[in-house]
Design a protein around this ligand. Structure first.
Ligand SMILES: *Cc1c(COP(=O)(O)O)cnc(C)c1O
Length: 386
């Protein structure tokens, strides 16, 4: 079978994310993979789990790939492994999904919210410096930085890692949206001390349920993570050596992910085809997303910036009338959300870029199975709605 996806026709309604088109392409393989698991019956830590982890390492170049139950657990397992505790400050962007900061609060540590850059939507290194000073002034210990590879593009790791080194901090990449991307020749999964990703169905590499993984080149950290995901197990089954959790990936999800990983390279190419076509078609009518020099995105979202909240609302409603779905990621930065309001921000108050982006951004349909004619239809509709 050709690795090129069968392309949708223009007459089909345009999906924001088309999981059905992907499934149609590999349905036979998925059915066979699930059947194999049903036949051997090892639903927990069956051989597909290790096989998938091997595939992940081969794909991204990380020495260790440790699969787990979801992306939130992936982040949380690392904080547990690094013994993050009350009094520690962990620096996270405010313009992200809640899980990035949630796990910091899980372990009783203090998330410090950092502003983002308006062109890439990722952590602003200058704001990070400010946040570190603010944390120190509050008596917190700067411990770790969790940049997010928002919408599929790696954060500015050269700048962030230099700041981390100055303060003897580690970097965990929250690449729930960015697995498959690259930063100046480095693949996501090999950047920072450790990387967490998610296989939630709508992520670029998604399963048919919950799933996640942690990547690292650090042998000791990998050992601790493997122990933590199975209740802190030691070498003897009934002598647990640390407090862990049940954080395993199901065998069935691993079996599905093996088949999805096999077409992921082609899908990333197709995501980039769609993004390039959007960029070319829309650059002169709205602010299109910027990918940094020497970096690549996997386009978890294709996100435009409108001139105002009013313009965004008007464009989105006109697109809806034409049957074109759009979404806002994210309408409220974390530092303004009820559960997170009491935590520190880099400025001690407002994070102007996060707050502005929350008012102005919206995302267009983005998936590898959008054919050029459909992309052109979306472009024309956006142009007519501005
Ligand atoms: C999806 C996501 C997560 C959480 O992943 P789950 O698998 O849903 O737990 C964490 N961080 C970011 C940035 C995400 O987009």
């Amino acid at each position: 079978m050709s690795s090129k996806p069968s392309l949708a026709t223009v007459n089909k309604p345009i999906q924001f994310i088309d999981l059905a088109a992907q499934q149609a392409l590999i349905r036979d393989k998925i059915d066979a993979a699930i059947t194999r698991v049903l036949n051997h019956g090892n639903y927990i830590m069956g051989k597909e789990v290790a096989e998938f982890e091997k595939g992940l390492s081969a794909f991204c170049g990380a020495k260790h790939s440790i699969s787990c139950a979801n992306g939130t657990d992936a982040l949380g397992l690392v904080l547990m492994a690094k013994d993050v505790k009350p009094g520690d400050a962990i620096f996270v962007p405010s313009f992200t999904f809640a899980a990035t900061a949630e796990v910091v609060a899980w372990v009783g540590a203090h998330p410090v919210f950092i502003d983002v850059l308006p062109d890439t939507f990722n952590m602003d290194p200058e704001s990070l410096k400010q946040g570190i000073e603010a944390a120190i002034a509050k008596g917190l210990k700067p411990t770790g930085i969790v940049p997010v590879d928002l919408f599929g593009q790696p954060a500015d790791y050269d700048a962030i890692e230099a700041i981390a080194a100055q303060h003897d901090m580690w970097v965990m990449c929250d690449s729930a949206q960015g697995f498959g991307g690259t930063y100046k020749g480095r693949k996501v999964g090999t950047i920072g001390l450790v990387t967490a990703t998610s296989f939630f169905p709508a992520k670029p590499l998604g399963c048919y349920g919950d799933g996640g993984a942690v990547f690292t080149n650090d042998d000791e950290l990998a050992n601790i993570l493997e122990s933590l995901r199975v209740h802190g197990k030691g070498t003897e089954k009934y002598d647990n050596v640390r407090i862990g959790m049940n954080g395993r990936l199901d065998t069935i999800q691993a079996a599905i992910l093996i088949e999805k990983l096999a077409i992921f390279g082609q899908e990333i190419e197709d995501r980039n085809r769609v993004a390039s076509r959007y960029n070319a078609g829309l650059a002169d009518c709205l602010t299109t997303p910027v990918v940094m020099e020497g970096c690549t995105s996997v386009w978890a979202q294709y996100t435009l910036t409108a001139q105002s909240a009013e313009q965004r609302a008007s464009i989105m409603s006109k697109l809806k009338e034409r049957g074109i779905p759009t979404n806002i990621y994210y309408p409220k930065p974390l530092h303004q959300q009820t559960a997170y309001k009491s935590y520190l921000t880099a400025t001690g108050g407002a994070l102007p870029v996060c707050e502005e982006m929350a008012q102005k951004v919206f995302s267009l349909p983005m998936h590898p199975y959008l054919d050029d004619a459909s992309v052109d239809m979306v472009i024309e509709a956006v142009k007519a709605s501005v």
